[in-house]
Ligand binder design. Structure first.
Ligand SMILES: Cc1ncc(COP(=O)(O)O)c(C=O)c1O
Length: 304
């Protein structure tokens, strides 16, 4: 990890190495935190934070799901995020807000533990690297399942959920893939360990619905909007694993992964093995907007 100067910690910027917690912090034991992953892109007008409002809104929804109270309102958190990026002097960066149950009692549902809030920012390239953005990645269907809807709150970005993601990635890497695709409890496709999934087949575009235990991704929303703007109807529906083998194009969306093409699934080549036309043009449009080279017609950018 490339370190930055400061981390916003409960209302003030502190030096990177001084942002510390007690070992009996509740979230360390029970996964009782919620977080966001946000990106700021370099533009001619300075760093631009992508979809700041949407990310902070999702942070609050995640808090609501696990009944985590935070002492700052949405506007204060948006301002704190901008302040952190500015203080660290980044041209571009990844931003990690995290709210969590702090130190106090160790009961699973404590009454009096304070909620802590941190915002870190640091330089981070695309999750799977530039080569992945350019030429795509090889993925495999995981033997792990996404959490069933009556187990963990998959729609909330809760720290404890990410045990599932880390198991999926570990297995994928051990099997020689760059990412794992996870099925839901009923065996339908859900998403990647940290990305939503889209595919095209015979001219139609599909993505998995919220009811398939996905995290409703902000980048997924952006991709759907860009496709809708082109008059493409995105079919949000559950689909079987075989659709991954039938598909003409597959791409993954996420703040960390951006728009990453998939070139094979379970060693079966997607389409002709090259990045598909729709995927490439969507990438071009996405990167054009976030880098300030194309009109930000949906108001997704916050210039720092
Ligand atoms: C499990 C999971 N699914 C999907 C996504 C993509 O969401 P977003 O586009 O909001 O980054 C992420 C990344 O945050 C994730 O962790």
């Amino acid at each position: 990890m490339q370190e930055s100067k400061s981390i916003w910690f409960n209302g003030e910027l502190v030096p990177w190495h001084e942002a510390k917690v007690h070992v009996l912090t509740h979230a360390l034991h029970y996964g009782s935190g919620v977080f966001e992953g946000i990106r700021a892109y370099p533009t001619a007008r300075g760093p631009a934070i992508l979809a700041l409002e949407e990310h902070v809104d999702r942070l609050f929804l995640s808090c609501k799901v696990i009944e985590l109270q935070i002492a700052w309102d949405k506007a204060e958190i948006r301002d704190a995020i901008v302040e952190t990026v500015r203080a660290n002097g980044h041209d571009s960066c990844y931003i990690r807000p995290l709210a969590f149950r702090g130190y106090g009692e160790l009961g699973v549902m404590p009454n009096n533990n304070p909620t802590e809030l941190i915002i870190a920012s640091f330089p981070w390239g695309s999750l799977h690297g530039n080569e992945a953005i350019e030429n795509g990645i090889d993925v495999g269907v995981s033997s792990w399942r996404r959490m069933a809807p009556n187990t963990h709150p998959a729609m909330a970005k809760v720290t404890g959920n990410y045990v599932n993601s880390s198991l999926v990635v570990a297995e994928a890497l051990a099997n020689g893939y760059q990412e794992g695709i996870v099925l839901d409890i009923d065996g339908f496709v859900s998403e990647g360990s940290g990305e939503n999934i889209f595919l095209t087949y015979q001219g139609d575009v599909y993505t998995t619905p919220v009811s398939a235990s996905i995290l409703p991704g902000i980048t997924r929303g952006i991709a759907m909007q860009l496709l809708t703007d082109r008059g493409v109807v995105v079919k949000e529906q559950r689909f079987a694993r075989e659709m991954l083998y039938y598909a003409d194009e597959i791409f993954l969306t996420g703040t960390a992964a951006e728009i990453t093409p998939v070139k094979s699934v379970d060693k079966r080549i997607v389409g002709d093995g090259k990045v598909g036309e729709l995927t490439r043009s969507l990438q071009n449009e996405f990167f054009g907007i976030v880098r300030g080279e194309a009109e930000d017609r949906h108001g997704w950018l916050t210039i720092v």
